[in-house]
Design a protein around this ligand. Structure first.
Ligand code: ZN
Length: 150
């Protein structure tokens, strides 16, 4: 919440506002200014592991909620203990939920592994869900890239 409110005491803030630092570079990567945007979505050191963990946990929570909404029997009561299975089917078989599965296509598509697929077995339709956690100013860039994949 402090990051959303732009209230973290970053080194960039300390040098630009407080004048208490002499170096504004990130404590982890030492390459870029340590701004809130850098820490939350652009640090190459955090990108190797922490951003992936954050993405996977967000997807697991989403998967948990989708399972609950569609009537899938869940092992865990809380989302943070939920470990998504590759295939889940709702009671009665109306909906199948696929986790991190590659889809087959009749033409070449580079990115064909959405995070979650919700298949309505009665209608024969699928909803593909691909989660991205972005800094706001990168949302437009991501949408443009996603659109160009189709
Ligand atoms: Zn960094």
């Amino acid at each position: 919440m402090a990051a959303q409110a732009q209230a973290l005491q970053t080194k960039y803030y300390a040098i630009k506002i407080l004048s208490t630092e002499t170096d504004s570079k990130c404590r982890l990567c030492q390459q870029y200014d340590e701004t809130i945007d850098h820490i939350t979505s652009a640090c190459p050191i955090l990108a190797k592991e922490q951003y992936i963990k954050r993405h996977d946990r967000m997807c697991a929570q989403l998967h948990f909620n989708i399972c609950k909404e569609t009537g899938v029997q869940l092992d865990k009561k809380h989302w943070y203990k939920h470990k998504p299975k590759s295939v889940e089917t709702s009671q009665g078989g109306k909906v199948t939920i696929l986790w991190d599965q590659q889809i087959q296509t009749d033409r070449i598509i580079l990115h064909k592994k959405p995070d979650i697929i919700i298949r309505d077995n009665e209608k024969g339709t699928c909803m593909l869900i691909d989660v991205a956690i972005l800094e706001y100013k990168n949302v437009v860039k991501k949408r443009i890239r996603e659109d160009s994949k189709i």
